[in-house]
Design a protein around this ligand. Structure first.
Ligand code: SF4
Length: 296
């Protein structure tokens, strides 16, 4: 490994790494589940649910056979419920075609996407591909390219810079995890450059230390319907949440339970549209006004 900054990062990681259960395995199912959970959920929250999920659905086979209502109940607390269905679709795919062996095969799993596929491939098959998540992007983009707030458009440059620095086997897995932990602990969105082992040779350090690093405007937030506090995604999640604890609900009365400002005259069609979207996504079933978790 040529670049001393990568070696320093590995030394930092040896001292400060987080003990995470999915780091002790190369089992394809366990790795895939951890990556799907981590897609839009923070590590502490995933830690609360990961082991319970594995007890409930310990293998590709167990998940492939599971009913929708069972997996949605087990997914409670993780948010973005469609990921649970994607995981089951992936399990069914694996039962038919076997565990993916190439990056392209990982990409074919439902819900995988580029990051998850690369991460799973790197871990399960020990292949030296780089999966760039927010933390890797932020830390590597700052240290090696001097970009204070790197965006996904910078990923190709980051990958190239890391390859030039010597990223590759056999340390690729440890380096990727190290960037993740370092980006979470020190090189956060508001970085702690004063306590950073890279302050002397990070290409973005001066901008932060001098206070001249300009934070870009946040990307456009999700659309929020007029008169509502949150995007519809949140209210759809609340509908599913209610159905986790009761067998069915009535579309004519559920509104007040998901939105305190619910007004039947204005919002009845809104509730129906959200329920229809959940039906289309395969999360719930509907008979007339009655809705319930899907049971396929
Ligand atoms: S010096 Fe600052 S910006 Fe650079 S890696 Fe360290 S914490 Fe991040």
């Amino acid at each position: 490994m040529a670049d001393p900054r990568l070696l320093r990062l590995l030394r930092w990681f040896a001292k400060h790494k987080r003990r995470l259960p999915w780091r002790n395995t190369r089992d394809s199912y366990r790795i895939y589940i951890s990556e799907i959970m981590l897609q839009q959920t923070q590590v502490p929250r995933v830690l609360e649910h990961y082991r319970a999920w594995l007890r409930r659905f310990p293998s590709w086979k167990a998940l492939a056979k599971a009913r929708t209502d069972d997996i949605l109940r087990a997914w409670a607390g993780l948010g973005y419920n469609r990921r649970a269905l994607h995981a089951r679709d992936a399990a069914r795919h694996v039962l038919r075609h076997g565990v993916p062996k190439t990056l392209e095969e990982w990409m074919r799993l439902k819900g995988a996407g580029s990051y998850t596929a690369r991460a799973a491939y790197a871990i399960v098959s020990r292949k030296p591909v780089l999966a760039i998540d927010t933390n890797v992007r932020r830390a590597a983009g700052r240290i090696f390219l001097g970009i204070p707030y790197p965006s996904p458009e910078n990923d190709a440059r980051i990958e190239k810079a890391l390859a030039k620095a010597g990223f590759g086997a056999p340390s690729h897995w440890a380096l990727a995890q190290a960037f993740m932990d370092f980006g979470t602990a020190i090189c956060r969105s508001k970085p702690n450059c004063g306590a950073c082992p890279f302050a002397a040779d990070c290409m973005a350090a001066q901008e932060f230390l001098s206070g001249s690093a300009a934070k870009p405007k946040p990307r456009r937030a999700e659309t929020v319907r007029a008169g509502k506090r949150y995007p519809d995604r949140i209210y759809r999640g609340r509908i599913v949440e209610i159905l986790r604890t009761q067998q069915y609900a009535d579309l004519r009365t559920i509104g007040a339970n998901i939105d305190p400002s619910y007004c039947h005259a204005h919002d009845a069609a809104w509730i129906t549209n959200m329920a229809n979207r959940l039906v289309k996504d395969g999360l719930i079933g509907r008979r007339g006004f009655r809705i319930f978790l899907a049971m396929e």
